[in-house]
Design a protein around this ligand. Structure first.
Ligand SMILES: Cc1cc2nc3c(=O)[nH]c(=O)nc-3n(C[C@H](O)[C@H](O)[C@H](O)COP(=O)(O)OP(=O)(O)OC[C@H]3O[C@@H](n4cnc5c(N)ncnc54)[C@H](O)[C@@H]3O)c2cc1C
Length: 380
């Protein structure tokens, strides 16, 4: 008996609690958030109170001290409810708080991690720039030491939580002569003079997520806000591996929601005197969708299990991220097909799942980047 696919009782209870919380506290906020393209910030303290922002963090910081599997359960359920809201929560926990937990000083953890887990402050990660996305080492932002401060200049784009964040984790060159190794990472308070939001970005999907461009203009960052110094950038990026698995779990959630929606519709919609689910073409389509969702889920939870058990999972995390991204796009596209013309209407959720699905292959490392990682792991 070497394999066990069951969640523990604790994980099952956790899942029930999230479903309940999602129905009562999140779903009522979704419609307005989507329409107004605004993340409902009032959700953060509520998530904090429920312990949902501290799933993987130790109790000494106010976290719950659970594992990646539980984190994925949370992300999958959030993905089912609303992809944009799920993305903002993941950006806060996996992208902005996790690096502080991993590399921060005690003082930084006290100031940012503890209130972040409580949902009292919101974080973002500012890595991408207008001319540097996948090729992160080509960023142009600089941080020049002056006395006990660093003077930060640069532009960051596509930043999730950009307009609502209290702090941003920002990568900038402290030594431009050293390509890649001259990058340092800072925690920058959003109320620092020179920190501004230059544009809110309007998107195909994930509309409830806050996404914006940030500008840093002679922004004075205290030296104690350095999170990772020169030479540590690559290692810091590697710790975002866990975020990749959480991201894949969110894709599985969106795909499952798209499948459930299409399945339900197919049983209710009639054509030629019977429910469309009774046409083999539709039944087989739904069967294929279900197989894909289940396969992606198995890959995600296997990667999460490896991660939780401290085993190497670079390849498995990228495979899960890549595959879940393909599955969610296929399933959401077929979901629209099952609804026929109604799938194209904004009045039906299939349309939103279709728009939300595309992002899966673009963020947290594009699908091409995942293939590069996987082929490298294969020794190519
Ligand atoms: C909604 C949204 C939210 C985001 N949130 C954040 C955030 O919170 N923080 C943040 O820092 N960034 C964020 N991003 C940015 C995201 O991480 C980048 O968009 C992503 O890294 C890709 O970079 P790029 O858009 O510059 O594309 P590019 O890197 O220019 O890539 C363009 C195309 O070329 C391909 N490509 C690039 N290099 C290679 C290669 N070596 N081999 C093969 N193909 C290649 C890519 O896969 C892609 O298909 C977000 C983006 C979006 C859309």
């Amino acid at each position: 008996m070497g394999l066990d696919f069951d969640f523990t009782d604790e994980q099952r209870m956790f899942k029930d609690m999230i479903v309940d919380f999602g129905q009562n506290e999140i779903e009522p906020l979704v419609e307005d958030a989507e329409k107004n393209e605004l993340f409902p910030v009032e959700l953060f303290p509520k998530l904090g109170e429920m312990g949902l922002l501290g799933i993987v963090f130790p109790e000494e910081y106010g976290g719950v001290g659970l594992d990646k599997i539980t984190d994925c359960i949370f992300s999958e359920e959030m993905g089912k409810i609303n992809a944009g809201i799920a993305m903002c929560v993941n950006a806060h926990t996996s992208l902005s708080m996790f690096p502080i937990y991993k590399f921060g000083t005690d003082a930084q953890k006290e100031k940012y991690l503890i209130p972040g887990i409580e949902g009292k402050i919101i974080g973002s990660l500012g890595l991408t720039e207008p001319f540097a996305g996948s090729d992160a080492r080509s960023i142009k932002s600089t941080a020049v030491k002056k006395g006990d401060k660093y003077i930060l200049n640069g532009t960051k784009t596509w930043i999730t939580n950009g307009t609502i964040c209290d702090y941003a984790i920002v990568a900038a060159y402290t030594d431009k002569s050293k390509k890649g190794t001259g990058i340092s990472i800072f925690i920058v308070d959003s109320n620092t003079p020179g920190f501004s939001v230059s544009a809110k970005m309007h998107k195909l999907g994930h509309r409830s997520a806050d996404t914006s461009e940030l500008i840093f203009e002679n922004c004075e960052v205290p030296e104690e806000n350095m999170l990772v110094g020169e030479g540590g950038f690559q290692g810091a990026m590697e710790t975002l591996l866990g975020a990749r698995i959480t991201h894949a779990a969110k894709s599985v959630g969106i795909a499952q929601a798209a499948l459930d929606y299409a399945l339900q519709y197919s049983k209710e919609r009639e054509a030629f005197g019977r429910p469309i689910s009774k046409f083999q073409a539709i039944g087989f389509k739904l069967a294929d969708m279900a197989v894909k969702v289940e396969t992606a889920r198995l890959m995600v939870y296997k990667a999460a299990w490896l991660y939780s058990n401290g085993k190497k999972c670079v390849k498995e995390a990228s495979m899960a991220k890549l595959y879940a991204a393909e599955v969610v796009q296929d399933v959401a596209t077929e979901g629209v097909q099952v609804l026929g013309g109604y799938g194209y209407s904004v009045e039906y959720l299939a349309e939103r799942y279709y728009r939300d699905a595309k992002l899966a292959s673009l963020t947290e490392g594009t699908s091409e980047i995942q293939r590069i990682v996987i082929s490298r792991e294969l020794g190519i």
